[in-house]
Design a protein around this ligand. Structure first.
Ligand code: PLP
Length: 393
C-alpha cells in the first residue's frame, strides 16, 4: 500500500537546505571537488571536556531510563545559572526553562503550542527558513518584516503598520542574525519591548549564535532588556556555541506562560532528552573549561571571517563585515539573481553558496557564505570565484 501524506504535511514549504544538498551531491557524484559554503554545520569537534562528561554519563545505567518529563532539574538549574552569569538575567529554573531537542524543534512547535488556526505572527525577511515551517504546522498565517542593510538589518519598528502589529501574536527575531551576521543593540531591544507591550505582541528571540560575537563584543541577550521576560522568550542552542549541532541539545528561557505551553506540548511528543545528553549539557554550561572553549571557537570564526573578506576584497567583492555568527552576507554582482549567481558558482567554480532568496524576498541580491572551513580553503574558494572575473570593473 502507498499512503498519502496528510493535507497538513502538504502545506509544508520545500526544505531549502535539502534542495541545496541535492545540488551539491549531484556535483560531487560527478567528480567535482565542491567547496561547500552553503550550509551552517560547524566543522570543528565538540570540546573534549563535554565529550568526556558524556561518555561517563552514558556508562551510568541510571541515564538509560526515560528522563523525567520536562528534564533533569540539574540541567534547568545549569541553564538558569548560565544566563545569570553571562547576562545577569534571573530565571526560575522550575517555571522559566524548557529543555528542547534542538532549538529548531521549539521554534517550529511554538505556533502549534500558542496560536490558533488563522492567527498571525511576524517573521523576519531575510530569516531562518524553518520559521516558515512552523506556520504551516500550526496552520497560522505570517507576515514578513524586512531587514534592510540601511537599517543594519534590524527591523524598522516604526514602519510596521499599526494594523499589522495589532493583529500579530508573536514576532520572531534572531540576533546575531542568520543570514546577515548583524547584531542587535540594547537600545533596539528597549524599543522592541516598548513596541511589544504597546501592540501586545510576544517576542521570540532566537539566540542560536548568542556566543558568536566578534571584535571583542559579546552579543546582547534579549532577556537583558528591562521588562523582556514579561513579553517573550529566548531560544539558546548548544549547536553553534559548543560545536554540538548533531547532538540536538537546546533550551528556551523566559516568559513562564510560553515555557508552560512548550512543555505541555513536549510532554506529549518527546518526554525529554536522553539523560546522558542532559548531563552533557550540564557539563558544557558549568565546567570551568567552558569560557576558554567558547573563546577558542569565536577566535577561529573571527580569523576565518577576516581571511575570507580580505581575499574577497582582492577580487573586488566587497561586503560589510559580519559582527557575529559564522556567515558572510555577500552581494550578487550586476546581472544576476541570487539563484543564478549561486548556480553559476557551483557550475563554473565548484563553490556552493546559499542563495539569499532562500531566506525570503529581501534576501534577493545576496548569497550567504558559511565560514565553516579553514582559511586556506575559504581563500581557495574566493580564488576560484575570482577566475570568473565577475567583479572586474
Ligand atoms: N535558529 C537559527 C537562526 C539557525 O541558524 C539554526 C541552525 O542553523 C537554528 C535556529 C537551529 O538550531 P538547532 O541546531 O538548535 O536546531
Amino acid at each position: 500500500m502507498e499512503f498519502e501524506q496528510s493535507e497538513l504535511l502538504k502545506t509544508l514549504p520545500t526544505q531549502f537546505f535539502a534542495t541545496l544538498v541535492a545540488k551539491v551531491n549531484q556535483k560531487t557524484a560527478a567528480g567535482v571537488d565542491v567547496i561547500n559554503l552553503g550550509q551552517g554545520n560547524p566543522d570543528q569537534p565538540t570540546p573534549d571536556y563535554i565529550v568526556k562528561a558524556t561518555q561517563q554519563a552514558v556508562a551510568d545505567p541510571a541515564t538509560h531510563k526515560y528522563s523525567p518529563f520536562r528534564g533533569l532539574a540539574e540541567f534547568k538549574q545549569a541553564a538558569a545559572d548560565f544566563y545569570h552569569e553571562q547576562y545577569g538575567v534571573q530565571l526560575d529554573p522550575t517555571r522559566e526553562v524548557a529543555i528542547l531537542g534542538g532549538s529548531k524543534t521549539g521554534l517550529v512547535e511554538l505556533p502549534w503550542a500558542l496560536m490558533n488556526p488563522g492567527d498571525t505572527y511576524l517573521l523576519p525577511d531575510p530569516g531562518y527558513p524553518d520559521y516558515f515551517s512552523g506556520a504551516a504546522l500550526g496552520q497560522v498565517k505570517f507576515e514578513t518584516v524586512p531587514l534592510l542593510a540601511e537599517n543594519n538589518f534590524l527591523p524598522d519598528l516604526a514602519a510596521i503598520p499599526a494594523a499589522v502589529a495589532d493583529r500579530a501574536k508573536f514576532f520572531y527575531l534572531n540576533y546575531p542574525n542568520n543570514p546577515t551576521g548583524a547584531v542587535a543593540t540594547p537600545e533596539f531591544y528597549e524599543q522592541l519591548v516598548a513596541w511589544a507591550k504597546q501592540h501586545e505582541v510576544g517576542i521570540i528571540s532566537d539566540f542560536a549564535y548568542g556566543a558568536l560575537g566578534f571584535d571583542g563584543q559579546q552579543p546582547v541577550s534579549f532577556l537583558q532588556t528591562p521588562g523582556a521576560k514579561a513579553v517573550g522568550v529566548e531560544f539558546y542552542t548548544f549547536s553553534k556555541t559548543f560545536n554540538m549541532a548533531g547532538w540536538r541539545v537546546a533550551f528556551a528561557v523566559g516568559n513562564p506562560s510560553i515555557i508552560a505551553a512548550l512543555n505541555l506540548l513536549q510532554d506529549h511528543l518527546f518526554v525529554s532528552l536522553f539523560p546522558a545528553l542532559q548531563q552533557a549539557g550540564v557539563a558544557a554550561l558549568t565546567d570551568p573549561k567552558r569560557d576558554g572553549a567558547i573563546a577558542q571557537i569565536v577566535q577561529r570564526y573571527e580569523g576565518r571571517r577576516n581571511a575570507f573578506l580580505a581575499a574577497a576584497a582582492k577580487i573586488g567583492w566587497h561586503a560589510a563585515s559580519p559582527k557575529g555568527t559564522f556567515y558572510a552576507w555577500m552581494p550578487v554582482p550586476d546581472g544576476y539573481t541570487s539563484e543564478s549567481f549561486a548556480d553559476l558558482l557551483l557550475e563554473q567554480a565548484g563553490v556552493a553558496v546559499a542563495p539569499g532568496n532562500g531566506f525570503g524576498d529581501h534576501g534577493e541580491g545576496y548569497v550567504r557564505i558559511g565560514l565553516l572551513m579553514e582559511p586556506e580553503r575559504l581563500v581557495e574558494a574566493v580564488q576560484r570565484i575570482g577566475k570568473l572575473h565577475l567583479f572586474d570593473k
